[in-house]
Design a binder for this molecule. Sequence first.
Ligand SMILES: C[S@@+](CC[C@H](N)C(=O)[O-])C[C@H]1O[C@@H](n2cnc3c(N)ncnc32)[C@H](O)[C@@H]1O
Length: 203
Amino acid sequence: MSRNLLKYVTKLAVPGEAPSVLQAIDDYAETMGGLIHLGQEKGALFDEVLRNSAAKRILELGTNFGYSAIRMAHNLDPSAKIVTLEIDPDTAAIARRIIAFAGLEQKIRVICGKARQIIEREFSEPFDLIFIDHYAENYLGDLLLLEKQGLIRTGTIVVSDNAVMFASQLGPYLHHLRDSGLYESTLHQPPRHSDGFEVSRRL
Ligand SMILES: C[S@@+](CC[C@H](N)C(=O)[O-])C[C@H]1O[C@@H](n2cnc3c(N)ncnc32)[C@H](O)[C@@H]1O
């Protein structure tokens, strides 16, 4: 499936043009199904958050094929740098190729491995924005680890995808963001969409 996506993107999108790459991934998802990317509707709402953020140092948990990382690189300040973590080596390899096709390999670094282990060993400076979009069972543990490692500072924005779709599974996680007093937190959900993402600013 992932090789077919790569073929589709390189055939239909324009090299170096991120919007055409995003469009090709959205088209592929619509015609072939089976993709678990952010998508156009939540993506458009996410773009607004990105443009208002002034974030330059970004971490993403859950690269998949690079759709949201490309979206971030396209909407953030040109000097912004994104590090994105993907547990599956084949998926990470395809993501790297799609990101390179979009001309964004200087802005987006894909690290392959389990988010928890990479967070423990790789970073020492806090991030401006963190997009959490891997698997629901890891959201809380990995957020608490990011806090413990000093990678979240006052003003860091944590964006958590699937806050409606996986609301029950994410109960304790959303409770931490909304009720701990550590964050100011709001749900962003496109009209008539079955899912949304939580945007939480660290106080
Ligand atoms: C929902 S997809 C990410 C979608 C992507 N953010 C986008 O919108 O294009 C989740 C991805 O997280 C990866 N993943 C799951 N658990 C992980 C972990 N513990 N560490 C790193 N990546 C993980 C999965 O392999 C999958 O590719």
